[in-house]
Design a protein around this ligand. Structure first.
Ligand code: AMP
Length: 271
C-alpha cells in the first residue's frame, strides 16, 4: 500500500492543500500532520502567536480526502528526557539558517521523527521553503531513509505573493507592500535570462527593487546554486534567487529557481 505524507504546521491554505491533493492522487493512504514544532522557533519568534485554527484545518484536510490527520502535542514528540537532534550540515548554514540559528536542526529533527512515525512511501514538501526542501532531500539520502521526497511548486496569490500562514499577520497596508519580494526576485531572474551570471549584480538588482518599498526591511537576498546553495554556480543547474524580508514584525520568505533561459522551475534540479 502506498502512503503519502504531508507535514504541516497548520493554518492551512491553498499551498498546503495542493500538497494534500497531490498526495491523494499518488497514494492509497494520505496522512497529514499538524504540529507547530517548538524546536524550530528561536527565542523571540512567533511560536506562541502562530495561528492554530484546528477545527477549520481538520475540515480542510477531510475535504481534500486526507485519511488521517496526526495532531501531536509537543510532549508527544519531545517527552521529558528527549535529547537527540539531527545536525543538517552546511546546507543549513546560509539563507534562513544564518538568520534563524538552530531552525533547521529543529526542522530536520521533527521531519525525521514524523517520517519514522508515519513511514510513508512519499512525503510532499513545497518549493516555497526551498532551503528546507534541500535539507530534507539531503537528510533522506544521507540517512538511507526509504521515503521519496516530492517537491511541489509554490502556490501564489494573484499578485504573486507566495501563500503563507504568516500572511495573516499583515495589515492591509503591509499586504499591499508584500509582493515586492517576488517582484524583486523575478526582476533579477530576467537579468539572469539576458545572460548576466555575476551573482553580486543579480543580488543588487533585486535589492534595488525592494528598496522602492519603504515598509520593507531586507533580511537577505541571495543568488546561489540551487543544488549546493553556494554562490559558485554549477554548470547547467540554473539559479536559485531567494530572499527574506521583514514587513513590520512579520518575516516573509520567497524564492524562484530558474534554468539557464530564466524559466521558473517547478521543482528542485537533480542533485
Ligand atoms: P508549513 O505549514 O509552513 O510548515 O508548511 C508545510 C508545507 O507546506 C511545507 O512543505 C511548505 O513548503 C509547504 N507550503 C507552504 N506554503 C506553500 C505554498 N505557498 N505553496 C506550496 N507549498 C507551500
Amino acid at each position: 500500500m502506498l502512503t503519502g505524507f504531508v507535514p504541516t504546521m497548520g493554518a492551512l491554505h491553498e499551498g498546503h492543500l495542493s500538497l494534500i491533493r497531490q498526495a491523494r492522487t499518488d497514494n492509497d493512504l494520505v496522512i497529514v500532520s499538524i504540529f507547530v514544532n517548538p524546536t524550530q522557533f528561536g527565542a523571540g519568534e512567533d511560536l506562541d502567536k502562530y495561528p492554530r485554527p484546528l477545527e477549520r484545518d481538520l475540515d480542510l484536510c477531510e475535504a481534500q480526502g486526507a485519511d488521517i490527520v496526526f495532531t501531536p502535542q509537543p510532549q508527544d514528540i519531545y517527552p521529558s528526557g528527549y535529547q537527540t537532534y539531527v545536525d543538517p550540515g552546511s546546507l543549513a548554514e546560509g539563507l534562513c539558517g544564518a538568520s534563524r540559528p538552530g531552525h533547521f536542526r529543529g526542522v530536520a529533527t521533527v521531519v525525521l521523527k514524523l517520517l519514522n512515525i508515519t513511514v510513508p512511501t512519499r512525503a510532499y514538501f513545497g518549493m516555497k521553503d526551498y532551503q528546507q526542501l534541500r535539507i530534507i532531500q539531503r537528510m533522506v539520502e544521507d540517512l538511507d531513509m526509504p521515503t521519496q521526497i516530492v517537491p511541489m511548486p509554490t502556490v501564489r496569490e494573484k499578485d504573486g505573493l507566495a501563500m503563507s500562514s504568516r500572511n495573516a499577520y499583515l495589515s492591509a497596508e503591509e499586504r499591499v507592500a508584500a509582493p515586492v519580494l517576488i517582484r524583486a526576485l523575478r526582476h533579477a531572474a530576467q537579468i539572469w535570462a539576458h545572460g548576466q551570471r555575476d551573482v553580486e549584480t543579480l543580488k543588487k538588482a533585486a535589492l534595488e527593487v525592494i528598496a522602492t518599498e519603504p515598509l520593507v526591511r531586507v533580511d537577505y537576498v541571495q543568488a546561489l546554486d540551487p543544488v549546493t546553495l553556494r554562490p559558485e554556480l554549477g554548470p547547467g543547474t540554473g539559479l536559485l534567487l531567494a530572499g527574506a524580508i521583514f514587513i513590520g514584525k512579520t518575516r516573509l520568505i520567497d524564492n524562484v529557481v530558474v534554468n539557464g533561459d530564466g524559466a521558473e522551475l517547478p521543482s528542485a534540479p537533480a542533485q
